[in-house]
Write a protein that binds this ligand. Structure first.
Ligand SMILES: [Zn+2]
Ligand SMILES: [Zn+2]
Length: 226
């Protein structure tokens, strides 16, 4: 490859990334706006999770499907993270937990997978009506061959080990108040009430000490505190 063609290839890839980032940014903004409208018009918080997910798939996912084959395979990892973040924020609002809570635990509780993993599964679905003339037999469209292989989503590997000590449940409560109380325990959100350290921080056995019993605080200390 000559210097010029190498330069123009790089410029093309760079421009493509910028265009895709712009498109993804617009789609996410629209998706977030639609989530807001749904939350204001429908009693989402008091509906069962399967119905809430069906509403999301019906009204929000189609926004991402617009031109999906063109942008999904060639957008940056930060853009993909933004898409996933938009979905986990929707789930966390439903669960009644702060946005900083662990994403893998959120997916485990709601029995979902990251949105980009879902979208990768939809890549071929939109090509049913896409046909080429017979004279193009044997050719492949460039944007279809550019798709990066999707990494399998291994939920259990991403869930922190302390989570398995939390209480379990048969079914997510439909009532928001009950669900929020349950999630408060499962995500260990009582830590800051018991911990002597001030402000937002990650749990650290060397620094976190219980104000009630004076013991070192680990995850789910409330269960062992006396
Ligand atoms: Zn602490
Ligand atoms: Zn204690």
């Amino acid at each position: 490859m000559t210097g010029f063609s190498y330069y123009f290839t790089l410029r093309y890839i760079q421009t493509q990334y910028i265009i895709n980032a712009f498109i993804v940014e617009k789609i996410i903004a629209k998706a977030n706006s639609r989530c807001g409208v749904l939350a204001s018009k429908l009693p989402l918080k008091d509906l069962p999770i399967d119905l809430v997910l069906r509403i999301f798939n019906c009204y929000v996912v189609p926004l991402y499907r617009c031109g999906l084959q063109l942008w999904l395979g060639s957008c940056s990892s930060s853009a993909l993270e933004s898409i996933n973040s938009s979905f986990t924020k929707f789930l966390k609002r439903y669960l009644g937990v702060p946005y900083y809570c662990n994403n893998a635990i959120t997916h485990f509780i709601t029995q979902t997978i990251p949105l980009t993993t879902q979208l990768h599964g939809l890549l071929d679905a939109g090509l049913g009506a896409f046909t080429l003339p017979a004279s193009f037999s044997g050719y492949q469209i460039s944007f279809l061959s550019d798709h990066r292989p999707i990494e399998p989503y291994n939920m259990c590997e991403l869930i922190p080990s302390h989570f398995w000590r939390s209480q379990m449940f048969q079914k997510l409560p439909d009532r928001f108040r009950n669900r929020k109380m349950l999630m408060h325990d499962i995500f260990d959100l009582d830590h800051e009430i018991y911990c002597s350290r001030k402000g937002f921080h990650l749990i650290n056995v060397h620094d976190c000490q219980c104000k009630v019993c004076g013991q070192v605080m680990t995850h789910y200390h409330k269960i062992f505190c006396n």
